[in-house]
Ligand binder design. Sequence first.
Ligand code: ADP
Ligand code: 5GP
Length: 204
Amino acid sequence: MGQIITLTAPSGAGKSTILGRLNSKKLFTFSVSVTTRAPREGEEDGVDYYFVSEEKFHSLLSEGKFLETAIVHGNFYGTLFSEVDQILSTDATLLLELNPEGASNAKAYYPTSVAIMILPPSYELLSERLKGRATDSVQVVQKRLSAARGEIKWGIDNADYFIINAQLDQAVEDFENIINIIKCKHSVFVENNKKYLEELTNIM
Ligand code: ADP
Ligand code: 5GP
């Protein structure tokens, strides 16, 4: 069975930017979530999210298709069982991008999951980056900023690893190092390397 890593960050902390840099390295597999949020410029249906109407979201929900769901900044988001189960049946490392509520639910469902949080260097820089991204209205930016403090407090109580995204290159390197360390953790390593360890020892 694969390993689940949850990634949580206040909006604007740089999650998409860091993941974009790591994409080609094949460090982990993504699960594509369902959302009722409108696509941002450059986002693709089925790649960044499955973009659906609220009606469709609720029909998936009533069919029991979701491992977890959350309302984030007024939009619905959900992780599909079908995505997660298919990936976990292999030895892949699965990265789930979740808000705090979703990350707590994933931990309750998969206690061996590991939680990473990305932090901005300061609240002021978070605000600048969110405004500079220019993908959201002033009201949406305000909503995201006021949620940030609570999200960070959740991280202080729940995250296993933190990354401060000050210099992008350093943050990307830190992220990569954390993923590699998680893969070497006893429970993850033994679970993911059963055949290899069996051959090495012939006793497992
Ligand atoms: P998130 O996915 O966490 O909401 P983004 O990756 O969209 O955040 O980043 C928010 C904005 O901050 C983007 O405009 C991005 O280019 C910028 N950004 C991300 N990381 C850095 C960094 N280390 N230094 C300066 N700007 C950054
Ligand atoms: P965005 O709209 O900026 O892509 O994401 C907003 C927030 O929703 C982020 O904190 C992101 O991690 C979270 N999110 C994205 N997909 C899911 C999901 O499937 N479930 C939950 N709980 N949160 C999600």
